[in-house]
Design a protein. Structure first.
Length: 198
């Protein structure tokens, strides 16, 4: 169970990075520094107060941008590269003491899961932005933040359950993305005739 708690954090960190890489880095640093979790490899670097402060600062900017219609989608567009890349770096840092093969596997795992959760987040926001009212953006952003807090809390208390929950999300994301892309295609088909007549 100790190894699940130590290396299972990569599953959670990969998923959370796809939602907010800055919050993930801040939480890992704070959790490691407080002794809530044992960070593997060079992830202990995240416990540095300067890194925690920088991550919290960026997370606050993201917290605001994430609640503004269309700004959230632009932010997501830029972070299509930053979030998975950040997760890859976390995987590389975690595997420094486990050897190059494990390190590569950690990087692939965290990067892939982050790309998956980012795709769900970004596509969901695009769908929400088809509605003219701004409240759904705020609700979605708060729900994402609550999910992050819950999964990290669950990992601290029950690491195996948190890992299973993330794996269930990864499986379920296939169906979520399929439904969202279907919605997007139907929306574009309805808008196409109006655009063609101009």
């Amino acid at each position: 169970m100790d190894k699940v708690a130590e290396y299972g954090i990569m599953l959670v960190a990969g998923w959370a990075s796809g939602v907010s890489i800055y919050f993930t880095v801040a939480f890992l640093g704070i959790a490691g520094r407080a002794g809530w979790v044992t960070l593997p490899g060079n992830l202990v670097t995240l416990e540095n107060p300067l890194i925690i402060a920088a991550a919290l600062f960026l997370a606050c900017i993201e917290f605001v941008a994430d609640k503004v219609p269309f700004v959230d989608s632009m932010w997501d567009g830029v972070h299509t590269f930053i979030r998975p890349a950040g997760a890859v770096v976390l995987g590389l840092m975690a595997g420094t003491e486990a050897g190059p093969i494990a390190q590569t596997l950690f990087a692939l795992l965290t990067g892939s899961i982050a790309l998956d959760s980012h795709a769900v987040k970004a596509t969901t926001r695009l769908a929400i932005n088809t509605s003219p009212e701004p409240f759904s953006n705020v609700a979605a952003s708060l729900a994402e933040g609550a999910a992050l807090l819950f999964v990290f809390w669950l990992f601290v208390k029950h690491p195996l359950l948190a890992c299973l929950l993330v794996l269930a999300f990864v499986v379920g994301s296939f169906f979520i993305l399929r439904a969202l892309w279907g919605f997007a295609r139907r929306l574009f088909r309805r808008q196409a005739p109006a655009g063609a007549g101009t």
